[in-house]
Design a protein around this ligand. Structure first.
Ligand SMILES: [Mn+2]
Length: 240
């Protein structure tokens, strides 16, 4: 007799950045069931309209630390007048319990039953996930190993290429952070930040089938002239 282990349906959702309405619409589209596992890929706050509601939604599920949450933790002792207007708006929307929640967020979540791991930004090749520098987990974009520094696609020297071109597994890395024109789906990486706070869709990947599901944004689209596109991986481009 063949015993099949049924795998828990796991939904990983890209950067919310305050887009709470779209998050609810996406969970509704996915017909979220009580037994489902939901993981947010970090960057719950800043830019979009409802940072507090996004944090409280994540608190009811699972989440990893994004560079925006990290930034708010680092800025905790700064005076209001030393924050950007966007960060000040987030600070005013949050309470001490939300900061305490950020402090406890992991920098990755392994999903061994799916051969996957969720990180916010990316990884360096030939380094075990547990041994990755948190700087890379939260910020990696264009790299030139073994150099440590990562660059935004718009600022990267010609020698540097997006980290997904370097990573060979064994895990398939699910990530957000870099705003992509379409989801990046390669053998060893799946990028799901399609820039909802900038007017792009909000995207999830649903395991075990690796199905990509998205809902349209309710945020205004950025003017095309204000953003440049950079090729990051095969046909996928990043906005930067
Ligand atoms: Mn980010």
């Amino acid at each position: 007799m063949v015993v099949q282990r049924t795998m828990q349906r796991t939904i990983v959702i890209g950067d919310l950045h305050g887009c709470f309405t779209e998050a609810l619409e996406l969970l509704d589209r996915l017909a979220l069931a009580k037994s489902n596992r939901v993981i947010f890929a970090g960057d719950l706050v800043d830019r979009g309209p409802e940072p507090r509601a996004c944090v409280e939604l994540a608190m009811r599920h699972e989440c990893i630390l994004g560079n925006h949450e990290e930034k708010h933790l680092q800025q905790r002792k700064r005076k209001d007048e030393d924050l950007s207007p966007d960060h000040l708006r987030t600070r005013r929307a949050l309470s001490a319990e939300h900061y305490a929640y950020f402090e406890k967020l992991p920098t990755f979540i392994r999903l061994p039953e799916h051969g996957a791991v969720v990180v916010h930004a990316g990884v360096m090749p030939n380094v075990a996930i547990e041994a990755q520098d948190p700087y890379h987990l939260l910020h990696a974009q264009c790299i030139h190993p073994p150099e440590r520094k990562s660059f935004w696609p718009s600022k990267a020297p010609a020698t540097h290429t997006f980290w997904t071109n370097h990573w060979r597994g064994p895990e398939r890395v699910i990530f957000g952070h870099t705003v992509l024109d379409v989801p990046l789906v390669s053998e060893h990486a799946v990028g799901i930040d399609t820039g909802c706070c900038f007017g792009g869709p909000l995207t999830a990947v649903v395991l075990p089938d690796w199905q990509i599901v998205s809902v349209p944004s309710r945020q205004p689209k950025r003017a095309d002239k204000s953003v440049a596109r950079f090729r990051v991986h095969e046909g996928v481009q990043a906005f930067s």
